[in-house]
Design a protein around this ligand. Structure first.
Ligand code: SAM
Length: 226
């Protein structure tokens, strides 16, 4: 029987700290959340491997390092309220919930959202709300947020999300003109419509499908926007 606690600790040392993640809250969260509980039984043994895993419906739980990197880039504080777009398995929401006060997590596929909600409740997370909906429009009723993290790639940062950040708020998401290849960007809202933008290199995420993301047809056709 695989010792998951040991595998998790090794994952943090080698894949996360070993690649330069320094935020102690992120390292602690990655060392706490049981990733094996967020994947199907037949892939549990790979839960701490350095890769994304399928969670059904054509979707994935992201590579642990990518979750840690995006979380660190969001520069989280304990009192923060955070919007997590693309709940998927709920793993990234759990990582966020270990660090901040409240997490609002939105997923377009109801079957994934329902399963994640059940799983997170079973694991005892009472500071995460999961909702089914189009995260490209954010979560206006709960806005503004101190940070927004999107785990699906858009051709641009949706305007709705930019408007749901507090001043000083951080948004981290994959962005690019091709459906399945993006750059990881961080926006910081300085004031009003004034944002700083930084690029953290190439990434490969499933598409953000929605009113301010890709359409279903574009996703299927592997289209490019210029
Ligand atoms: N954070 C997830 C986890 O920890 O398992 C992994 C997310 S997976 C890489 C991306 C997710 O984004 C998929 O579950 C997909 O259905 C979802 N998604 C795509 N477009 C979306 C949208 N407009 N609103 C909400 N979720 C969306």
């Amino acid at each position: 029987m695989l010792d998951f606690a040991e595998a998790r600790s090794r994952m943090v040392d080698r894949q996360i700290a070993g690649r330069g993640v320094r935020d102690l809250n992120v390292l602690r969260a990655m060392g706490t959340v049981p990733r094996e509980e967020f994947v199907a039984d037949n892939v549990r043994e790979y839960a701490y491997h350095d890769m994304p895993l399928s969670i059904g419906n054509g979707q994935t739980i992201s590579q642990p390092y990518v979750v840690a990197l995006m979380t660190e880039l969001a520069r989280l504080q304990p009192e923060d309220r955070v919007l997590d777009i693309g709940t998927g398995s709920g793993y990234a929401a759990a990582i966020l919930a270990e660090i901040v006060a409240r997490v609002f997590s939105i997923e377009r596929l109801a079957s994934l959202a329902d399963l994640a909600r059940e799983r997170l409740a079973w694991l005892g997370y009472d500071n995460i709300e999961v909702r089914t909906g189009d995260g490209s429009l954010g979560w206006p009723e709960e806005a503004p947020f101190d940070a927004i993290i999107a785990a699906a790639g858009g051709f641009e940062v949706p305007g709705a999300l930019k408007q749901q950040l507090v001043e000083g708020g951080r948004l981290v998401m994959p962005v690019g003109p091709q459906v399945r290849a993006q750059h990881l960007v961080r926006l910081v809202r300085r004031s009003g419509d004034n944002f700083d933008e930084e690029d953290f290199g190439g990434v490969w995420f499933v598409p953000l499908i929605g009113a301010q993301g890709w359409s279903k047809d574009e996703r299927i056709g592997g289209r490019t926007r210029t």
